[in-house]
Design a protein around this ligand. Sequence first.
Ligand SMILES: Nc1ncnc2c1ncn2[C@@H]1O[C@H](COP(=O)(O)OP(=O)(O)OP(=O)(O)O)[C@@H](O)[C@H]1O
Ligand SMILES: Nc1ncnc2c1ncn2[C@@H]1O[C@H](COP(=O)(O)OP(=O)(O)OP(=O)(O)O)[C@@H](O)[C@H]1O
Ligand SMILES: [Mg+2]
Ligand SMILES: [Mg+2]
Lengths: 254, 254
Amino acid sequence: MGKIIAIANQKGGVGKTTTSINLATSLAVLEKKVLLIDADPQANASSGLGIDPQQVKSSIYECLVGQSSIQDSVVGTCVDGLNLVASHIDLVGAELELMNMRTRERVLAQALSQVRDDYDYILIDCSPSLGLITVNALTAADSVIIPVQAEYFALEGISKLLNTIKIIKSKLNPKLEIEGFLLTMYDSRLRLANQIYEELKGHFGSLVFNTVIQRNIRLSEAPSHGLPALLYDCESRGSVNHMELAKELITKNR
Amino acid sequence: MGKIIAIANQKGGVGKTTTSINLATSLAVLEKKVLLIDADPQANASSGLGIDPQQVKSSIYECLVGQSSIQDSVVGTCVDGLNLVASHIDLVGAELELMNMRTRERVLAQALSQVRDDYDYILIDCSPSLGLITVNALTAADSVIIPVQAEYFALEGISKLLNTIKIIKSKLNPKLEIEGFLLTMYDSRLRLANQIYEELKGHFGSLVFNTVIQRNIRLSEAPSHGLPALLYDCESRGSVNHMELAKELITKNR
Ligand SMILES: Nc1ncnc2c1ncn2[C@@H]1O[C@H](COP(=O)(O)OP(=O)(O)OP(=O)(O)O)[C@@H](O)[C@H]1O
Ligand SMILES: Nc1ncnc2c1ncn2[C@@H]1O[C@H](COP(=O)(O)OP(=O)(O)OP(=O)(O)O)[C@@H](O)[C@H]1O
Ligand SMILES: [Mg+2]
Ligand SMILES: [Mg+2]
């Protein structure tokens, strides 16, 4: 039975998509069967893997509004062992369409239950919001990875996210745990980055991944080629960091 | 009559709040009367100016749901000539509360019409979304500043934002113009950043501000002290860039 992990943080630009694409790729390279769900209408995870949202026959939108299933929406990617369910801009409208359904928070959980046994890991890339689509992701997930940029505003938003996770755990998804806090865009030369790291470790201790994703230009160049960093420049710090993260995740979930 | 400018881009972490706080401060230092509206439930513009959202009597939320007015919600800041209407986490619920109102897109425009003549500039910091609150900001605004991070994903989202602006201009706010595209977190040593700048200039020509905001650690340190960069380190590149931007904006709007 595959583990479902949401990658979420309502703060924008903290590395949710970069983590989703590169962790999914690294897990696949380590011979895990992986499905990545792009649950952000910006569809950055789709384009970052070279998939054009306009070209797929059905996306996560059709799955959520009941016009298609996850099985019918899955596409292959440039990475062996990694499948994707793409996003689409129509997803913006899905929140309104789901709003009046009685089971509106559990739609994604129900859709994923059909494919869960086909994969070792199912990752869900979330948008920078705590709206109904992200609530669906947190309700479907076994755990959540929280990317935290080594910046002040990123630290501020964590308590709000933890509050939301607590509410979802008590009302919708009792199994939901925090998989870990992941420090992203870390530059050890900056005092602020070190302060944020210390503060995170001080507050959350072992919930903070040992692996830290350093700032590395290759991570932001790779998506413009439609490739994960591992296929764009496998020796880059960004690639190495995400492989370390994948190994840490696998060891933790033995 | 004051000019209302929305600072918007649905891509997360591109510098909307950093631009809002530091442009508002620079305009005030240049002796303009400025009001900053924090329209993001994350309330980063509020905390970045040292205002605790829990302490204010009423926020933008109360103004939108009709429990208070802009005049009653305005607070002073550490900057002479700069007032703020703070945000609050309750704003997350406002989209649902406004949804059934007939004039749901024009609520902010109506609220701001009462104070418009008291200021030279009213800036609105938007959240990373194109939901109803951001639509309200674009409907109230005379123009919009679009911060664009010198990164691939940031470029991808622009066409969606321009589409939304076109729809709002045709259906809700015929006066809405693009004030300009502002390149943010620019590091001239990076090839990718230069490519993005060339591409932006190629597509949008004179709509791109001459002023470029360079990556500068002082801009990300200042908010943790509740200060705009100009008060935290007035000689830093980040401060100088935002003063240049304010001067360019004033000259453009003579
Ligand atoms: N470690 C890193 N080093 C350098 N650049 C990075 C790193 N991680 C992410 N980036 C770049 O920073 C930007 C923001 O990252 P990303 O888009 O992954 O964040 P996000 O949280 O998914 O954003 P959103 O909130 O819009 O969904 C992107 O342009 C990305 O390429
Ligand atoms: N020019 C810059 N140099 C260095 N750091 C910057 C710069 N501009 C912004 N930052 C930092 O980058 C992060 C993202 O910026 P900011 O929060 O202003 O973006 P945003 O678009 O408002 O994000 P959101 O989408 O969450 O509202 C912040 O931590 C900020 O301090
Ligand atoms: Mg993303
Ligand atoms: Mg912001």
